[in-house]
Design a protein around this ligand. Sequence first.
Ligand SMILES: Cc1cc2nc3c(=O)[nH]c(=O)nc-3n(C[C@H](O)[C@H](O)[C@H](O)COP(=O)(O)OP(=O)(O)OC[C@H]3O[C@@H](n4cnc5c(N)ncnc54)[C@H](O)[C@@H]3O)c2cc1C
Length: 475
Amino acid sequence: MPKPFLPVPNSTLPFWLTDRSPLDQIRSTPDLPLESDIIIIGAGYAGISLAYHLLTSDPSSSSEAPTITILEARSICSGATGRNGGHVRPDTYSLIPLYINRYGLDAAREVAEFELSHIKAIQDVIRTEAIDDCDFLLTQNMNVFLDQERGNATKEAIEALRKTGCGFVDDIFQIPDRDAESISGVKGAKTAFSFTAGSIWPYKFIMGLLRSILKHGGDRVNIQTTTPVTSVTSDGSIWHTIATPRGTVKAKKVVYTTNAYTFGLLPEYEPAIIPAKGMVAHIVSPTDGKGKRPPFLSQTYILRPDSSDGADYMIVRPDGSIIIGGAHQIHTFPEKGPEGNSEWYGNIDDASLIESTKDYFEGYMQRYFVGWEDTGAVVEGLWTGIMGYSADSAPHIGAIPSRPTQFIAAGFNGHGMPVIFLSTKGLAQMILHDKSFDDTDLPRIYKSSAERLDAIKRGREGGDILQSVTVSSSE
Ligand SMILES: Cc1cc2nc3c(=O)[nH]c(=O)nc-3n(C[C@H](O)[C@H](O)[C@H](O)COP(=O)(O)OP(=O)(O)OC[C@H]3O[C@@H](n4cnc5c(N)ncnc54)[C@H](O)[C@@H]3O)c2cc1C
């Protein structure tokens, strides 16, 4: 029997989806269009921002603008994007040393600078498209280590980056270890440093982009939710046939923005993009006077509670409530290897929680944060989401090998917010103008290629538990 590959019904309810837009279940027309120049499969951050760039990046040639159809299995932004931690945190130190080892300094630097450039790009599009309701906050991300050795190792890695002339490291402010606890507000903090990062209401951001798509695209855009794609076939003509339970659509170009679910439609990506289930909580404090008012935390956090690879990621909502995810050290069982727990690894079921982790966030703020002991803060909501882990850590962007006029933007790990918006801008250039990947400004290691897929397949067949599965497990 073929492995199930479609997003499941009755998924857990994230805080982000408790205030739905009227466009949530949009169907632009009662029936599917017969054909479209471009079909985008998946309406998460990647699919919606790609459509936005296709419509806005080249306004001068709007007379020849293509028709675009977006097919989404569930509702808009119901996948990882609508279930994530809301953290917009460019990586300036976590994976960069790994990339330097694997691909060299220049390639690693491209990734760090590309991620950092998202801070401005996201602010710009929020301003230009007036997406005022998405609660974007620009702040600092406080990285806290409770294990001294692990903190020391990270400090050394950052210093090594500084010595190689990586200017982006200048954004990192190292707090003296003696002040780590008082400045971070985390009990027992041994090491802490901070750098520029943001937080956002991801669903509202995507819905804002969707409103802009409808405004810019008019009747050139057709969006169909609750329309899962079950296959894509090509007969050598200019048309691909996209099958759904509601009928078929023909398209000249097909783009897969299906992230964790990519393996179902593109089996050659199965070893490269691995579904991985994560869990996130919404923590609130009572407002009825039954607890002490908690101190407002004005920064986002990464908290590394022990000597393992684990990390918890946390943002603070404008109302003072907390969105927190992570707990990988609990459910990944590093000693068994990443495949040791099918509760999360290779799991596409976001309708259930991760049993081994579900109590982890209860009492979290009281355990770790100074001044929260008597607040009565409790977990109000708990949900799961499915990440698309990239086996070699980098996302896959660009033309799909051996499938002419088909494209991909997927494999964004637990770390898509400072990666996807500009990745899809580059992809739009390839789709609209037949540009090659190498002629875009995208980091070179994001390019999807036959060589990369082969290397991953060989590595996995050889039993190589790829580093990314643990390294990229935290946001
Ligand atoms: C629990 C969790 C916490 C995270 N926290 C953060 C964070 O704080 N910061 C951060 O930067 N990143 C975080 N991430 C990662 C981030 O959310 C993702 O990288 C990003 O949302 C990926 O966007 P996407 O559009 O590629 O995928 P998705 O948002 O998953 O979109 C893919 C869409 O494709 C649809 N689809 C799939 N198959 C089909 C099909 N056959 N037919 C039609 N439609 C289909 C799905 O229904 C889905 O809507 C987190 C992810 C998770 C799961």
